[in-house]
Design a protein around this ligand. Structure first.
Ligand SMILES: [Zn+2]
Length: 406
């Protein structure tokens, strides 16, 4: 660090000599200087020389990689990532969930995840946490929260959802979420891994109910996220006006074409199923969940490959907080995307620019370009050679402010 000189502009940071991956998918640039002024990126310049930049602080990123802050579009901050996160959440006091959520948010930020979308909580505590973070009362990423998701009576993940039936109830519940200050509306359209007997491809809410949720969300200028594993559920989501389809696992070619034509994002959350399929039995996850995950995992990976090849827009989400799925891990998702045929540079673009587009915030964040908020991560090594480098975080900036280590 270099101390500011008298008469120079305040809080101007120069990150020098890094290998810069800007998040757009463009080729990386070696030996680059990134300038931050206040909360924003002020410039990206060739060369790693400190002279002439009149920075208050100079950070040597030589031998390291500089990337935009990572974005996780599918998180449950209140869920504990243990072997039974849904029943644990149902059984714990609300205060414990909030303390846990706060600690997880702080840990995510230190790992370079500067934005997260919370896809379902037991109440509106994550909205409160979002406000505390924005006011500087707690450390954490930028949060977009849906409050409670909407689910069918007896349907998927009731602990983080409000049960509804029919268009009128859907619209009322969606308005309740908006009044509580949600950033988007989330609806559970099909079954999931939640409880014994639940079917991934069973439609629990229909297209008219999804349309009712979309009308309320869009009327307030917000997006609709729809949880759907099965092909019919995904089609209902598209027809109902979903902006994103969560999980989006079993897709036929016609549905892929519909997704591509509509520009709807999918958020495949491969990590969730992969972890249960590979570690669930040893880790104490209920046998019916392990059996389902093991059975569907090959198809899930194969269908992510098909979706990518078909040109469907894909954002990064992990379902963090679900079974054995820690909030700090976003690298497994990127490694699995690469396994599904995505080039490493594009996988990073998925976790930055494309995820920002998915959330409707690409004008603010997602790339290292002048004018954007300075969400910046410096990692050790080259993530294009070894995506695991993204977990070796050297420094994190959120809106230009350096994030202190733990
Ligand atoms: Zn989820």
């Amino acid at each position: 660090m270099v101390c500011p000189q008298r008469g120079e502009p305040a809080v101007r940071v120069a990150i020098l000599g890094g290998y810069l991956i800007d998040g757009t998918g463009r080729d990386p640039v070696r030996d680059c200087t990134l300038l931050i002024e206040g909360k924003h990126i002020a410039g990206v310049l060739p060369g790693g020389d400190a002279r002439g930049h009149s920075a208050s602080a100079v950070i040597d990123a030589g031998g390291r990689t500089v990337i935009p802050g990572l974005i996780n579009c599918h998180v449950h901050l209140e869920m504990n990532a243990g072997p039974s996160p849904l029943t644990d959440l149902a059984d714990e006091p609300a205060e414990s969930s909030l303390v846990g959520a706060r600690a997880r948010a702080a840990a995510m930020l230190r790992r370079g995840i500067t934005t997260l979308r919370d896809c379902g909580a037991r109440g509106w505590q994550v909205i409160g946490l979002r406000a505390a973070i924005e006011q500087g009362l707690a450390p954490g990423p930028r949060i977009l929260a849906c409050g409670r998701a909407l689910c069918a009576r007896g349907g998927h993940a009731q602990v983080v959802s409000e049960p509804v039936s029919g268009e009128i109830e859907v619209a009322e519940a969606a308005r309740r979420q908006l009044r509580a200050g949600t950033d988007f509306i989330k609806v559970m359209a099909t079954g999931g891994f939640g409880k014994d007997g639940e079917q991934l491809d069973h439609c629990e809410l229909g297209v008219e109910e999804l349309r009712a949720a979309a009308e309320v969300a869009h009327g307030a200028g917000k997006k609709l996220a729809v949880h759907a594993y099965g092909n019919q559920g995904i089609r209902n989501a598209i027809a109902g006006g979903a902006d994103t389809v969560e999980h989006a696992t079993f897709i036929d070619d016609e549905t892929l074409a519909l997704l591509r034509r509509s520009g709807t994002f999918i958020v495949p959350t491969l990590t969730n199923t992969y972890r249960v399929a590979t570690e669930g039995a040893r880790g104490g996850v209920a046998p019916y969940i392990c059996e389902t995950a093991t059975a569907v995992w090959p198809a899930m990976l194969g269908n992510a490959r098909r979706a990518h090849r078909a040109g469907v827009r894909m954002a990064v989400g992990t379902d963090a907080g679900s079974w054995l799925n820690p909030h700090t891990d976003i690298v497994t998702e990127l490694r699995l995307r690469i396994e599904a045929g995505v080039a490493p540079l594009e996988a990073i673009a998925m976790a930055t620019l494309h995820s920002a587009e998915c959330l409707g915030i690409a004008g603010m964040v997602g790339t290292l370009e002048p004018g954007k908020l300075a969400d910046v991560v410096i990692v050790d090594g080259d993530p294009l050679e070894d995506v695991g480098a993204l977990a070796r975080v050297h420094a994190v900036f959120r809106e230009g402010a350096a994030v202190p280590p733990a």
